[in-house]
Design a protein around this ligand. Structure first.
Ligand SMILES: Nc1ncnc2c1ncn2[C@@H]1O[C@H](COP(=O)(O)OP(=O)(O)OP(=O)(O)O)[C@@H](O)[C@H]1O
Ligand SMILES: [Mg+2]
Length: 337
């Protein structure tokens, strides 16, 4: 029996980029064993495009297990701390390997212990999420010491290395030729672009998948219908993570109201509660408002593409478009109670 409150989380959409990413991770995992040099791959994409979910998918296919021969940890997965150091990263890795003394010993002792544990537990792949933290945006410097340590660790252990991060993480590879030389070409997780036929289809396909899972339990306007699909695109900027966040909110609201019906007003409220609109986006109309024009103009699409980007990268506000009377702007919607 499906737990309705988790219906969004339990829906995994195998869209093309996601399938590509997981398939390449699987390939690295399979062929890492016995490879003469480490296989390294990066998953790169804007925030909320599904990088961590792709790592998780591969990680859960090869879980830790305890059998008569002891513990096996096929994949060691960690998130880079915000200011990575060798000590910090090694401790995180030791902890992920269930080492009770993860914080004791010198840098070298920790590294040796980690290598021994990886060897003894049959670790084949190391996953490092939030890899952009290896690059300090403020000083534009790569944390070379920890990047070199990582290179030596995977060289010595002959494991596959997967890193995932925001596009800035490419600077780590661009500035470290030894690491770069070990990496295959990266996998890009996209934000879907309405103007690109294939990507639009892909996004509508994702909406269809959520329609199938949510629609089995709730009565809601068809998400992948022509108008609703565009509204969903405008409400999420083509980012799957914004879509899941907003749909999850709509479901929570329906469950709290003890109803199985989610109408356009319900979607409007959920979007208002779930998707954070920044001051710089004041001129964005609310895509779930009744009078929202579902004509994809260039101006509208250009603004929608900025959803989810850091506010300091936002362009100067574009001239405010005239709104139809009675149609609230996003700011009015966001401040509505
Ligand atoms: N293929 C998918 N099917 C269903 N849900 C997905 C899929 N990909 C991502 N999601 C959901 O979208 C949300 C964002 O995904 P995820 O956390 O993987 O993004 P991310 O790229 O790692 O973002 P960040 O850079 O901010 O860490 C999560 O709730 C995740 O479960
Ligand atoms: Mg992530």
């Amino acid at each position: 029996m499906v737990n309705l409150k988790n219906i969004v989380e339990t829906t995994l959409v195998p869209h093309t980029a996601f399938e590509d990413a997981t398939q390449r991770l699987e390939q690295c995992f399979t062929y890492a064993d016995g490879a003469s040099e480490p296989i390294c791959i990066a998953i790169v994409g804007e925030s909320r495009t599904g990088k961590s979910r792709a790592l998780e998918e591969c990680f859960t296919r090869h879980p830790k297990a305890r059998n008569s021969e002891g513990l096996t940890v096929p994949i060691l997965r960690v998130k880079t701390p915000s200011k990575p150091t060798v000590k910090g990263l090694a401790e995180l890795m030791l902890r992920a390997m269930n080492d009770p003394k993860f914080d004791t010993g010198t840098e070298n002792a920790k590294t040796l212990r980690l290598q021994t544990l990886m060897h003894n537990t049959g670790t084949t792949m190391v996953m490092i999420d939030e890899f952009q933290h290896f690059y300090d945006k403020g000083s534009h410097k790569v944390m070379h010491h920890v990047a070199d340590w990582l290179k030596i660790l995977v060289d010595d252990s002959k494991v596959a290395l997967v890193v995932a991060g925001l596009p800035t993480c490419r600077a780590v590879l661009d500035q470290n030729e030894q690491l770069a030389g070990r990496f295959l070409s990266p996998v890009f997780m996209p934000r879907f672009n309405w103007r690109d036929d294939d990507q639009r289809e892909e996004f509508i396909g994702i909406l269809g998948a959520f329609q199938d899972s949510i629609g089995a339990a709730f009565d809601l306007p068809r998400l992948d219908g022509p108008e609703m699909a565009f509204r969903c695109y405008c409400g999420t900027g083509g980012l799957i993570g914004y879509l899941t966040k907003f749909l999850r909110q709509a479901i929570w609201n329906a469950l709290d109201a003890n109803t199985k019906t989610i109408g356009l007003p319900g979607l409007l409220r959920a979007h208002d509660q779930a998707v954070w609109a920044k001051d710089g986006l004041v001129s964005l109309p609310s895509p779930f408002a009744k009078g929202f024009s579902t004509t994809p103009t260039d101006d509208l699409i250009a603004r929608i593409k900025r959803i989810g980007t850091p506010s300091d990268e936002l362009p100067a506000p574009v001239q405010r478009r005239r709104r139809a009377p009675g149609v609230p702007g996003i700011q009015a919607v966001l401040s509505a109670s």
